[in-house]
Design a protein around this ligand. Sequence first.
Ligand code: MSP
Length: 631
Amino acid sequence: MKTYYITTPIYYANGEPHAGHAYTTIAADALARYHRVNGDDVFYLTGVDEHGANIDKTAESKGYSPQEYCDMLAPIFTNLWKRLNISNDIFLRTTSDLHKRGIHKFLTALYESGDVYKGHYEGYYCRPCERFFPDKEIPEDKTCPDHKIPLELVKEENYFFRLSKYQDKLLKLYSDQPDFVYPDSRRNELLNVLESGLEDISISRSSVSWGITLPFDPEHIAYVWIDALPNYITALGYDIDDQKFHSYWPANVHMMAKEITRFHAIIWPAMLMAIGLPLPKQIVAHGWLTKDGEALSKTRGIFIDMDGDIETYGVDAFRYYLLREFSFGNDGDYRPARLHARYNADLANDLGNLLNRVLGLLNKNFDAIPSPTTPGEFDDEIKTLTEETITSLDEHIKAFAFDSALESIWVLIRRVNRYVQQTEVWTLTKPETKPRMGTILYNCLEALRIISVLLSPFIPETSEKIQLQIGLKNFDSDTNWGNLQEGILVSKGEPIFPRVDLKKEEKTETMKPKQAKPKSKKKISENISFSDFQKLDLRIGIIISAEPVEGADRLLKLQVDIGDETRQVVAGIAEHYTSDTLIGQQVVIVVNLEPATIRNVESQGMILAASGESVVLVTPEAEVPLGTEVR
Ligand code: MSP
């Protein structure tokens, strides 16, 4: 069996975890689960980094010993990971015996490599980063660019690691293994650092008391990063469990955000080279989750209300939103309105309604899952698309493109929804058409079963619910088409994502303030008859995407979800609205207007807006179910 070892950073235990930590841990969890469901022997590590001056200081300011403080914080992390359904195999604490024993062996080996020497260090230090800034990186204002606090001038006697000696070896590693650091933007950054020359680094602190004593000099404490990085090997029982260590090391992926790649992709491999251990296969860095464009930060108190959003939408919706919305290597701004829109459009509508509808039809017309006896139009397309989705999912996962991975699954979900519409399966109730109805419903359920397997790395709880509703007692992870057995009793089908309506006050907050304008000068048009008016079919929809139309500054191409289907509408509102303010907005749409092609883009309806000097969309005063008629 192939092994797959994946790690997150071990997070500092100097404050509670936030949504940024959750993002890395969920992304790594998706990879761990993906490899598990595909049959690999996975080991997934996360944990906490508990030593260092920073934690000592925080604990003291709160009136605890550092150990007491860490003992209080560790369960806050583990409880959050449990709540988020994280499937880690170990939660490593750097104050644990396992780590202390391993680090002792590691530091001894490093010392014996001959690449450690004693010297003096004077430099600018950032306490929250726990790092000295090399001379060429000290900003003019001597302020840490990440934490926005002044750097401290620190002078100490330290042990040093001869990092400079490894410059050429690291350059060779980067050229032999171009994907050692992923994505390329991060690799290029680090290549610049490498090419501009490496300085030796201090690996101990004489002024710090909370940490691990150097085995070769009890007067010194290991620098917190030198204590932390080897957690990736100590967690495998580096000094006590050779078999486990060798079966999982080297790690397949060390996952993290962009700010700590230098430690992982320069210092860590150099130290491993020094002690003769294999190097991790890949250092993978994502961007930062931001709030209003600013990095989340314990130190600066910038937070996302993760608890509130999980409470409202559930854990899977939160996981889904993070993985679906952000493009992995880039920064991404967390927006509750987008989570809301994704929840209602993708989860409640596309996925939840599909399952509900298929189970409803099945329960109404059959006693159990029917056999697929009567093939017909579109069946092969569904089967082929399911198989293609499995392949494309694998490609996206290999590129850490969780957003595209989920989008490819949603292409399939939407296709199955269309299959239900195209075949008008609900009409096939007569005895002579019923076998065809049974076949279509079987195909829908089989697609949903496979979809639940494909979704299991991302939204595991939902996957289980889907399979339970299909009537499978044990989770069936086989993705071969046709594995679903006929004769299984399905459940009644409770909605897996009940629609969430924003409370009125929240809705008001997300809406753009609109200025009153002078009244319109246009004369009232001639009367029409009531029956003329009745010809208009007006419905409530929600805007789920908005993009510019090429070559037309005033136009936007909108996708509007109207409950049973999604309409594409071209609207002349680009000068008045940005896509950010539109997405998640409920609107009134004329759904029986003849389709038109505007600038080569098909428009399948029209959204209503008050249109004078300014253009203001007409929206329902409170949120209503999609597809509701407007009269
Ligand atoms: N203790 C070190 C890591 C040692 S690993 C050997 C550390 N801890 S940390 O608590 O600061 O965690 C940093 C990591 O948390 C980031 O690399 C990332 O994985 C995650 N994130 C923290 N804030 C984040 C965002 N705003 N956005 C995305 N991820 C974020 O560094």
